[in-house]
Design a protein around this ligand. Structure first.
Ligand code: PLP
Length: 402
């Protein structure tokens, strides 16, 4: 067997995550005793809420460790309906609990797509959408908005219609709201106008709402319209990873969708993983089974404001507003073509990201991971001191580009 035949052609196409190269640079700085400011991670830090921890501990203590229903614990499935305030539209049979929102998304692609069916993503798709779709033999395409300016990277109904016209085999449109990486928030009318297009064209509308609790400045989450017309086409994806502190590793996600699709996903999941870990389902029940604690949102809003204040006047960079999620999105087109003090020319957002790590210890995520070169994503789910020192170091390093 040839070396290249040892791994399937399908998987050989995937490149490891772009953040790996940065990890090497971080390692070099750490080994030289230099500071590192981490704005790269897409997760919250802090303390796990005691009720969440205790529910998981109790499950182990009481040996609540046997298989559950493959679709998840019925009480957790019921709770998800209350959490999303959709109990009057759906019942427990419309919910599947999975091993993180990643598995929820993969279930959807697998359940909906035949080989070569097209799936449409919004303009800056989260890193794993594409590999997950390809693994399900679907053909992913980004919907690129024609409008720029304030609306940049938000898809309009006209953008979606144009793409549906040119791709008759489209099965679904996936939109993330709030958007990782841009921190944008589609409004109520924007999200429902896109949903209407999907309903009219009989295409599934997949709403990844993983960050939906984290909306700032007193705004409320723009809910999609659930009614007789939208129910057959609307699938909502959510989970435990982002709206609580330190819960990404618990690996719990869920979907709420139409009966037939949910049945197909349960069938699939029953064969390849069955239920997610029962103790973490118990932990999830404790998390979403009580009133949501807004202190995380307040803390993240303060950090957003701090980052914006510390980053004001950042050389060669335009910073987008962040109404939701915990990412600051930086347009770094102004850095491209500039020279570093050691004489290299910055050509891509990857180069900017590498320069910032090497020179300033500031770790970011390059927009190229989200199919948008010319941008950086910075997570501000980061301690205040790290934000202050990191922004000062970034400003100093960017100021040395000429
Ligand atoms: N969707 C978005 C937009 C995400 O940012 C992530 C994780 O970062 C996921 C889905 C996957 O979430 P999970 O960690 O629950 O699998």
């Amino acid at each position: 067997m040839e070396p290249h035949e040892r791994i399937s052609a399908k998987l050989s196409k995937f490149r490891p995550s772009l953040t790996l190269a940065l990890k090497t640079l971080v390692g070099e700085r750490v080994s030289r005793g230099l500071p590192v400011y981490d704005f790269g991670l897409g997760e919250t830090k802090g303390e796990l809420d005691p009720p969440i921890r205790e529910a998981g501990e109790r499950a182990f203590r009481e040996m609540d460790t046997m298989y559950s229903d493959p679709a998840g614990l019925p009480e957790l499935r019921r709770r998800v309906l209350d959490w999303l305030d959709v109990a009057s539209h759906y019942d427990v049979g419309n919910v599947v609990i999975s091993t993180g929102a990643k598995q929820s998304l993969f279930n959807i692609f697998m359940a909906v797509c035949n080989p070569a069916d097209c799936v449409l993503f919004d303009a800056a798709p989260w890193v794993s959408y594409q590999p997950l779709a390809v693994m399900a033999y679907a053909f992913p395409t980004m919907v690129l908005p024609l409008a720029g300016g304030e609306r940049a990277l938000k898809v309009t109904p006209a953008d979606l219609e144009r793409n549906l016209d040119s791709r008759p085999h489209t099965k679904l449109f996936l939109v993330n709201n709030p958007v990782n990486p841009t921190g944008q928030l589609y409004s109520h009318s924007e999200i429902n106008a896109l949903l209407d297009v999907c309903v009219e064209r009989q295409v599934y509308f997949v709403l990844d709402r993983l960050y939906w609790r984290i909306v700032f400045d007193g705004a409320s989450y723009p809910e999609p319209r659930v009614d007789e017309a939208t129910r057959p086409w609307l699938i909502q994806v959510d989970g435990l990873s982002k709206n609580f502190r330190r819960t990404g590793g618990l690996r719990i996600g869920w979907t709420v969708g139409p009966d037939d699709l949910t049945g197909a996903m349960i069938n699939l999941q029953s064969h390849y993983t069955a239920n997610p870990s029962v103790p973490t389902q118990r932990a999830a029940l404790a998390a979403i089974g009580r009133e949501y604690d807004l202190s995380l949102v307040r803390e993240l809003q303060d950090r957003r404001d701090l980052l914006l204040w510390c980053a004001r006047g950042m050389p060669h960079v335009r910073i987008w507003p962040t109404p939701a999620a915990f990412y600051s999105f930086w347009d770094v087109a102004g850095c491209l073509g500039k020279r570093t003090p050691s004489g290299e020319t910055i050509q891509t957002a990857d180069d900017v990201a590498a320069y910032l790590v090497r020179e300033a210890g500031v770790v970011t995520a390059s927009g190229r991971a989200f199919m948008q070169d010319g941008f950086l994503r910075l997570s501000f789910a980061t301690p205040e001191e790290e934000i202050r020192s990191g922004m000062a170091a970034a400003a100093e390093a960017l100021g040395r580009l000429s």
